[in-house]
Design a protein. Sequence first.
Lengths: 436, 436
Amino acid sequence: MKQKITILGAGLVGSLLAIFLKKRGFEVQIFEKRPDPRFQNIHSGRSINLALSHRGWQALAKIGMQTEVEKIAIQMFARCIHTLDGYTHEQPYSLHEATKAIYSVSRNRLNQLLLTAAEAQGVAINFGMKCTKIEIENNLLGFRNNQNEYIKINPEVCLAADGAFSVLRSQLICQDKFDYQQSYLAHSYMEFHIPAGSNNSWQMNKNSLHIWPRDSFMLIALPNLDGSFTCTLFLQNEGEVSFQNLDNTTKGKAFFEKYFADALALMPDFEKQFETNKVSSLATIKLWPWHKNNFCVLGDAAHAIVPFYGQGMNCGFEDCVEFDSLLEDNMTDISNIFNNFENKRKPNTDAIAQMALDNFIEMRDLVKDQHFLKLKKIEAAIIKKYPKKWLSQYEMVTFSSIPYSEAKTKGIENKLKLENWLTKHGENYVPTEDEL
Amino acid sequence: MKQKITILGAGLVGSLLAIFLKKRGFEVQIFEKRPDPRFQNIHSGRSINLALSHRGWQALAKIGMQTEVEKIAIQMFARCIHTLDGYTHEQPYSLHEATKAIYSVSRNRLNQLLLTAAEAQGVAINFGMKCTKIEIENNLLGFRNNQNEYIKINPEVCLAADGAFSVLRSQLICQDKFDYQQSYLAHSYMEFHIPAGSNNSWQMNKNSLHIWPRDSFMLIALPNLDGSFTCTLFLQNEGEVSFQNLDNTTKGKAFFEKYFADALALMPDFEKQFETNKVSSLATIKLWPWHKNNFCVLGDAAHAIVPFYGQGMNCGFEDCVEFDSLLEDNMTDISNIFNNFENKRKPNTDAIAQMALDNFIEMRDLVKDQHFLKLKKIEAAIIKKYPKKWLSQYEMVTFSSIPYSEAKTKGIENKLKLENWLTKHGENYVPTEDEL
């Protein structure tokens, strides 16, 4: 008789995890505080979009959903850099194959597909159930539903994929010997919307991730299925150029005119958006360990990261794949694998947390920096000459399943080598095979 | 009309702060969840003791309590190192004046004195009132008393000195843009008691802080007024020699016989103590910022540190002194000074947090390390020759009010110089005045 698993959170990670567990034959129930997103009136395409890449696809393939998700995903083969004087140029994501892409998907659409698939497998999903009590020592979970009724259960196993503001994590950090860190970025973000053009056409190249790098801040845009783009402005909270100083719409518009004129030209209702849209914070969250007794966190609840490597969801999906792999040898008591799971994942989630912070510098600054471009030039020449001998850090993180910690270490080594060749031989140097 | 101040916590920092504020003419009330420690049956001398040093004394002097506290304090002029083969040797704390001491005081006794002084000033102290609700936006505090009655207030200003497990801090970290970190040490501690000898005499030198450094772990002992000593064993949680492996009294006794034979000989009831006494954790806590609206944390609630520099209480007392100093120019609205207060204190509390971690290495390891002793030898020669030109880091932290951050920076510089002289000239070198 297999254990009954209780999952907190029916977001991307919670619903994917439920499918994995159900396929292993466990009884699975999910509790989610929000209403069912499939029955909400969501403006098509106006939701936040995410960049799905190799690790995410691996997880979807393992549960047979790759084809289904491909239908709602838009390939982005390159970064399209928008310069201050209005020019654009493209930098392919993969230096190995120009056809390799990352994929823009709507968080909501993907969540809806996963929920439907989970239910089709027989997962019971309880929406509108807010977790109001967790007693780890007493093995108790309490929920309040929309009718304000209180329901309590004693879970055999509780897996919390309840996001960056996890209720289980807030309990774990009150336990003895739980290390915890939340660090906010000095930048926050605000979203904008570029509507579709005539006949639902995209007004910019839809197969690129658009970036307006401006040193200490940047704007990015990802395509939506309906012809629109979702833009995100990342800007410092305080200082000369900051959200604090953009304290009215006139200043906001002047700021866009100065720095993002081509994007502004595609937003006829900019003023209204600027007045309505809210500024949101960005934080990195670290916890250790991830479990106690029958309770374990995963996904953002255990390791929320900043979005600049496009790996938050992909990393959470990889959690599910790792968890599922560990289940192969431990089908009787899931809580037996918590130790292995957290030990295996922690070095990797720490690594991607740091790389995501580092990539912010690269995205907003270095993609237009001459020194950075020279290093890229040498790297491109190496990959052209020895395609099997060299992987860039971006390639390892985005287009492979090489553990994040390894990608980070290898990436640092690569960078030192490139810097060294540039200093010694200049940007046109192509190292010998022995030097790699 | 001055503001009414609500303080959470009637511990050392809360009660001291209350006295400072009352002396400035504010109306002050304290809420404390525990019962009044003055009416509890506390075994004299068996409570935890603390090392009171310059910063703590400065605070007590500022409210006129120095003489009163001196009566319950025992001078410790030196570290008394107990070697593995049963020898002892003394290292004076101050290389400047052998008469400079740190002081062993009972946490409970000191707390009692401060509470009585606060009440004498007219501070209202409400014991047995557990803070069960804090709504920062609604400016609300809710308490439950021993009769399970619920009392709520709208504080004009709320200062939380409610310790390492602060209720206010647990609310602040749920607010946007509050950075937070709790990091547990790989070591925990367990207390032991060496009873008084005949006629309440001390069985070891009472004017020293006793240390049994054993590389990865150590035992320390501080004298109590009644002739006893309180010992603390600091030991790793896991590993070959660890609390985990001392899982029965036989092993515990064998461990003490091997490493602390002279201390064990003074504990006739060791077995009983080992069975009864609990193992406690050690953590460093960091928060930023420290306030929101009318609510502000200070003391351990804002910056709990490990005990190895003997500065936890001294640092909390210095918080009160700084807060009081800032009040001089801002008597109308206390919440106006929160910004200044936290900005002034944060670099210093971060510095002592790090120095306290570093000093653990020194205490358990380096006080018997030959290299360390050689550096100390050069430093002693310098201080002898140029007493006004050189302060050791320990001297700055313990016997001065030099800001902790400055002491830390200067300490690192000093160490580099000493290392350099030792490498170049050997342990008998005395630098010229220009070299300092």
